[in-house]
Design a binder for this molecule. Structure first.
Ligand SMILES: Cc1cc2nc3c(=O)[nH]c(=O)nc-3n(C[C@H](O)[C@H](O)[C@H](O)COP(=O)(O)OP(=O)(O)OC[C@H]3O[C@@H](n4cnc5c(N)ncnc54)[C@H](O)[C@@H]3O)c2cc1C
Length: 399
């Protein structure tokens, strides 16, 4: 597409996916308006893991230096048995990930990643970022899209990208597959300051303590200023959404048999934020004329592979190349979806499987431990090569 036509792109949602989309479209000369329902652009205070496939996208986007300033690079990714503390697998990351995939494995504070994207958007004069702007509905004709906001304002554009997350309104209109699937798994998250973590428990590693229907993930953030904790367990006691408070007594009960270091870390936290974990069955058909979906709106997944935000960023990069390679928006959106739906479906389904592996008990747990321990150090990683190898958006639509 010829961006000199200055197409007006509308984006629903200013999360990581929406901002990544705004950035790629603005840098190609499109005019972009991002509609964010909350009163300010920002992210919740928690960590996020970034696989080598995501660093490949930062390279493609020219963001490597900005990310490097705020990311941390743990030395290992490991799994321990939550009850015994036994090391199940421990994979070296730093040079090993770079050697295997060409890019590192890192972790980042969500707000820092969001800021990098927001600042990159601000550098372009053609991005308008609107807060307190909840999209209520949209309609499209052969050559326009119209969005209506909850406060009655209306906007016209050439295309609409629904990056409005797990409970996407845009998805509801395009696919109509109801509410997300409640997995029955709940995450409690908290962030500790460096001096709140006993030194013998501080490790510059991503550690997953797996147990029956539970696990805890820990890693340092902001180059060691903070320590990220995410405790996950099966429960039917939850509030919908991402930001309600957790019940400490329930958490203690779920981790009652955990090894001493885990209990010692959990003890340090007085306030947990609760996250209801949902996903959906993979589908296709998320592009309809001048409207498409991106990120969690298109392919919401459980967090067990730490890939949701990474896949949203990959989406944005592929969307840009699809628009470059096609003369019409509708054709570009169809091509974008074709290029993405099987890869993202594979991540969605594999994430469920990894959740079962982390939470295994009985013979399944023994088998997991034996398989992970029998191979080389990287055994737990090898099955994910297809994911971490990543994609090359620039060559995807070559004639
Ligand atoms: C516990 C947990 C751990 C995770 N860990 C990782 C990890 O380590 N690595 C990783 O890559 N991913 C991880 N994820 C997944 C990741 O958080 C999501 O995949 C990612 O945030 C999706 O980004 P998004 O922009 O598509 O959606 P969201 O982040 O949900 O953003 C959607 C935005 O749209 C706005 N919005 C919604 N509706 C409207 C509307 N109608 N109008 C206007 N605005 C609207 C919302 O306010 C929000 O700002 C994790 C998720 C969880 C729950």
């Amino acid at each position: 597409m010829n961006p000199s036509r200055e197409t007006q792109m509308l984006i629903a949602g200013g999360g990581i996916g929406g901002l990544a989309a705004a950035l790629v479209l603005a840098s190609d000369g499109h005019r972009v308006t991002v509609f964010e329902q909350t009163d300010a652009f920002g992210e919740i205070g928690a960590g996020i893991q970034l696989g080598p496939n995501v660093f490949r996208m930062f390279d493609y986007l020219g963001l490597t230096a900005d990310i490097d300033r705020v990311a941390s690079y743990p030395t290992h990714l490991g799994m321990r048995d939550v009850a015994t503390g036994e090391q199940v697998v421990r994979v070296p990351l730093t040079e090993t990930a770079k050697a295997a995939y060409g890019f590192p494995y890192g972790v980042i504070y969500r707000a820092d990643l969001h800021d990098v994207l927001l600042n990159a958007c601000h550098a372009f004069g053609n991005v308008t970022l609107l807060t307190a702007s909840r999209i209520e509905s949209f309609s499209q004709s052969a050559d326009r899209v119209n969005v209506k906001l909850a406060d009655g304002r209306e906007f016209d554009g050439d295309a609409l990208i629904g990056a409005d997350g797990m409970w996407s309104r845009i998805r509801e209109a395009i696919i109509g597959d109801g509410k997300p699937r409640v997995s029955g798994h709940i995450a409690y998250r908290a962030v500790l300051k460096r001096d709140e973590v006993p030194s013998h428990l501080w490790r510059n590693e991503v550690e997953l303590w797996g147990g029956e229907k539970t696990h805890l993930v820990t890693y340092p953030l902001r180059r060691g200023e903070l320590y990220n904790l995410v405790a996950v367990f099966h429960s039917n006691k939850y509030d919908e959404g991402w930001n309600t408070f957790g019940d400490i007594d329930e958490l203690k009960a779920r981790f009652a048999n955990a090894a001493t270091p885990v209990k010692a870390l959990l003890e340090k936290i007085n306030v947990w934020k609760m996250w209801l974990l949902c996903d959906r069955e993979p589908v296709k058909g998320w592009s309809q004329g001048r409207v498409t979906l991106l990120g969690d709106a298109a392919h919401p997944m459980l967090q067990y592979l730490a890939q949701g935000a990474g896949q949203a960023i990959e989406d944005a990069c592929v969307l840009r190349e699809a628009l470059r390679a096609h003369d019409s928006i509708a054709a570009a959106f169809q091509a974008y979806e074709r290029a993405r739906y099987l890869r993202t479906a594979r991540v969605q389904l594999t994430a469920r499987f990894y959740g079962d592996i982390y939470h295994a008990s009985g013979v399944t747990r023994e088998l997991r431990n034996q398989l992970f321990q029998s191979g080389k150090e990287s055994a737990g990683f090898a099955g994910l090569k297809w994911m971490y190898d990543g994609i090359d958006p620039a060559t995807m639509f070559a004639a």
